[in-house]
Design a protein around this ligand. Structure first.
Ligand SMILES: *[C@@H]1O[C@H](CO)[C@@H](O)[C@H](O)[C@H]1NC(C)=O
Ligand SMILES: *[C@@H]1O[C@H](CO)[C@@H](O)[C@H](O)[C@H]1NC(C)=O
Ligand SMILES: *[C@@H]1O[C@H](CO)[C@@H](O)[C@H](O)[C@H]1NC(C)=O
Ligand SMILES: *[C@@H]1O[C@H](CO)[C@@H](O)[C@H](O)[C@H]1NC(C)=O
Ligand SMILES: *[C@@H]1O[C@H](CO)[C@@H](O)[C@H](O)[C@H]1NC(C)=O
Ligand SMILES: *[C@@H]1O[C@H](CO)[C@@H](O)[C@H](O)[C@H]1NC(C)=O
Ligand SMILES: *[C@@H]1O[C@H](CO)[C@@H](O)[C@H](O)[C@H]1NC(C)=O
Ligand SMILES: *[C@@H]1O[C@H](CO)[C@@H](O)[C@H](O)[C@H]1NC(C)=O
Ligand SMILES: *[C@@H]1O[C@H](CO)[C@@H](O)[C@H](O)[C@H]1NC(C)=O
Length: 610
């Protein structure tokens, strides 16, 4: 009896977790599914994605209703409102290395109904969200959570299996476990060599991503994630049960030796179903699972197709390819020769030599796609780089195309002293006026000087509060999300650690996560006991406007408090320190003597000359 049960269970396990056909890092042949493997972006949202989001929305809407009922909205009947309206929510987590990953972890924990907390101010909003987009350090957070069964941040920390980074990814086990460390190095080198021997170009991203996976994918079905695919996320049980906001990682298309800025980058979306871009320079998507297949205008050129290219760690590494360079900081002495040889080979590659941040996707899935005569469709290799390289460091673009009602924009960028100054939003705002912007509207935002001096980075700020004010940007004013902008700032921890700080001990990590939680909850609800209600007002706003429903007096007051009102600041600078309420000159509330972590700046590997 027991044996039969085991057989059945293992059959179920096998059928739900696909994993790479080779059971290793290298892709392998599978039979082709038939038909085109690419499609035009003009067809709209991917149909599998749409079915997933629709199926999840039933539960998400229920969770949103529960949140709104608990949020102390006055003069508002939640049930009757929701019977005629479908507000939807997206969450975007910025880049910024482990600073963003851990601050973001605290922010997601604040929205998560599973988090144990005495002040569950915004709890339930993660369960209400339809989409979760992330790039670079944010992609480490979202990528590792969804690859590990969408565990809560609390569980990740208490189980202690992943995110253990008191040593950096280049010496994960360190001198205390030299045998395990050597084993890791050899395994990583063998993985990357196996991919190359299977006929695929490899780049530093492969090597870096395998090292990263030892910190982020340790508990995923395959040891250290070497056979765990981004497309496998779709067959995980949390996803099958629609518990996961649809995850989207972001990366920038960047041809070698070219520079991208926000008006000419190609913003790539990497979902468990598809990889591609809405931008005019591509306007195509390919099935994630079949990446690695040689395609000509979307049709396989060989009798066999390929699976296993879309390794989840490789995707996280692609989105954060700025960190490829850490590989070059590996001390060459003491490395096993197989790894040393691999590094040397990768570094002398002429493209890698001058474009160390680039991930090679070869064969290019978009070769001759849509018969478009663009740089991307003409190339044999598709080159992807860190999603933040075009300055749009908060991955908003995917959420704009999906027309959500409201977006949590968690900005943990390093603009000034490793604090954000609104630049990420400004880039996305400006992009709509370029041809790459495709006419996708984003609300008005002010300049960086105003962001900082009107305290828009020291407390949450709403943008696009009044759809009627967007008519000069678009005709479809109700499709433009209201943006709930939440910038990193210190409450109980100096969370402006360097982007390239690669080691955090448990105390530092906890300091960052707790501070992120406080940033999202407005210091655990103590700064504004109506914060939950005000967030509720923001989420329901577009649907109210669409249906011609007047805001309550309470929501009007919230909007006076939190909406940017169009003011541009031109006065004297107010200084760089933070108080509870906003920027202040004297640092009386938060300074090096009463907030931990001020000296936790990381080593800057960027300064290292190759
Ligand atoms: C709603 O109000 C009650 C009573 O004032 C308070 O205990 C509770 O914390 C509030 N809920 C939120 C989410 O702010
Ligand atoms: C805020 O709440 C979290 C979760 O309950 C807690 O860990 C943290 O210590 C609180 N912060 C402050 C400043 O009280
Ligand atoms: C993007 O614009 C920048 C600045 O004008 C330019 O240097 C770069 O070559 C452009 N890149 C591409 C890919 O067009
Ligand atoms: C995979 O298929 C291609 C042709 O489609 C063939 O050249 C290659 O040898 C096959 N690889 C393996 C490992 O069977
Ligand atoms: C309203 O629209 C005008 C342009 O018509 C813009 O300058 C202003 O910043 C907008 N106000 C807000 C609060 O978005
Ligand atoms: C910020 O506070 C520090 C003390 O922690 C002080 O040395 C510095 O001058 C302050 N900066 C500004 C701009 O007020
Ligand atoms: C910004 O914060 C400072 C310090 O708390 C305060 O003096 C100032 O009035 C705030 N500015 C605005 C526009 O709220
Ligand atoms: C730091 O803040 C405390 C109040 O929290 C204040 O007493 C102290 O003077 C401040 N120190 C500096 C250097 O500003
Ligand atoms: C963190 O912010 C403070 C205040 O702006 C600044 O003095 C300090 O240098 C910053 N730390 C890092 C590591 O950038």
């Amino acid at each position: 009896m027991k044996i039969i049960l085991l057989v059945i269970l293992s059959a179920i396990f096998k059928s739900t977790v696909a994993l790479s056909p080779t059971n290793g890092y290298q892709p392998g042949n599978v039979s082709c599914p038939g038909g085109q493997l690419t499609r035009s972006a003009s067809d709209g949202i991917n149909s599998d994605e749409q079915s997933y989001v629709d199926a999840r929305y039933t539960a998400a809407k229920q969770a949103l209703g529960d949140f709104l009922k608990k949020s102390n909205l006055s003069d508002f009947d939640v049930d009757s409102f929701l019977s005629n309206a479908n507000p939807s929510l997206g969450i975007a987590v910025s880049g910024g290395g482990f600073r963003s990953m851990f601050t973001g972890a605290g922010e997601l924990a604040a929205l998560d109904s599973r988090t144990k907390s005495d002040s569950p101010v915004l709890a339930g909003l993660l369960q209400s969200a339809s989409y979760l987009s992330a790039l670079s350090g944010g992609a480490w957070l979202v990528g590792s959570l969804v690859s590990n069964g969408f565990e809560s941040v609390d569980d990740v920390i208490s189980q202690g299996q992943i995110w253990d980074i008191d040593r950096s990814l280049i010496d994960n086990f360190g001198i205390t476990s030299p045998i395990k460390q050597t084993e890791e190095w050899i395994n990583v080198a063998q993985d990357v060599n196996a991919k190359r021997n299977a006929g695929f170009d490899v780049s530093l991203t492969d090597l870096y991503a395998r090292l990263l996976s030892y910190q982020l994918l340790t508990t995923s079905p395959q040891q250290d994630g070497n056979a765990f695919l981004w497309s496998d996320v779709a067959s995980s049980s949390s996803f099958q049960n629609h518990q996961v906001p649809f995850p989207i990682l972001v990366s920038d298309g960047r041809a070698p030796d070219s520079i991208v800025i926000n008006s000419n980058s190609t913003v790539f979306e990497l979902t468990p179903y598809e990889v591609g871009s809405w931008d005019p320079t591509l306007n195509s998507f390919v099935e994630t699972k079949y990446l690695g297949t040689s395609l000509d205008n979307g049709s396989p050129t060989e009798s066999q197709c390929v699976n296993g290219f879309d390794n989840a760690g490789f995707f996280m590494g692609t989105s954060s390819s700025l960190f490829n360079q850490v590989v070059s900081t590996l001390s060459q002495t003491g490395l096993p020769s197989i790894l040393q040889d691999l590094i040397n080979t990768l570094l002398v590659n002429p493209i890698a030599n001058t474009n160390i941040d680039i991930a090679a996707y070869n064969p290019n899935p978009f070769y001759k796609s849509q018969n478009q005569d663009t740089t991307i469709s003409k190339a044999n290799t598709l080159y992807l780089a860190d999603g933040g390289e075009d300055g749009q460091n908060v991955p908003l673009s995917p959420l704009l195309y999906r027309k959500v009602s409201a977006i949590f924009a968690f900005d943990n960028s390093n603009d000034v002293s490793n604090w954000p100054d609104g630049s990420a939003l400004i880039k996305t705002y400006e992009r709509q006026f370029s041809s790459q912007g495709n006419g996708i509207a984003f609300p008005y935002v002010p300049d960086q000087y105003t962001f900082r001096n009107l305290n828009l980075t020291s407390r949450p700020t709403f943008f696009g509060c009044d759809a009627q004010n967007l008519t000069s940007l678009t005709d479809n004013i109700y499709d433009v999300p209201l943006v709930i902008y939440i910038a990193n700032r210190p409450f109980t921890y100096w969370s402006n650690t360097s982007t390239f700080k690669l080691t955090y001990d448990d105390t530092e990590r906890q300091g960052m996560i707790a501070n992120g939680y406080e940033v999202a909850t407005r210091l655990n609800g103590t700064l504004d006991d109506e914060w939950a209600a005000c967030v509720g007002c923001a989420i329901i706003r577009r649907e109210q406007e669409r249906n011609g429903i007047e805001q309550s007096d309470q929501c009007k007051k919230c909007f006076e408090n939190y909406c940017w009102d169009g003011t541009i600041y031109t006065g004297e600078p107010l200084g760089e320190n933070f108080s509870d309420e906003g920027l202040t000159n004297d640092a009386s509330e938060f300074n090096s003597t009463n907030v931990d972590g001020i000296n936790d700046g990381g080593t800057s590997v960027l300064k290292r000359k190759l």
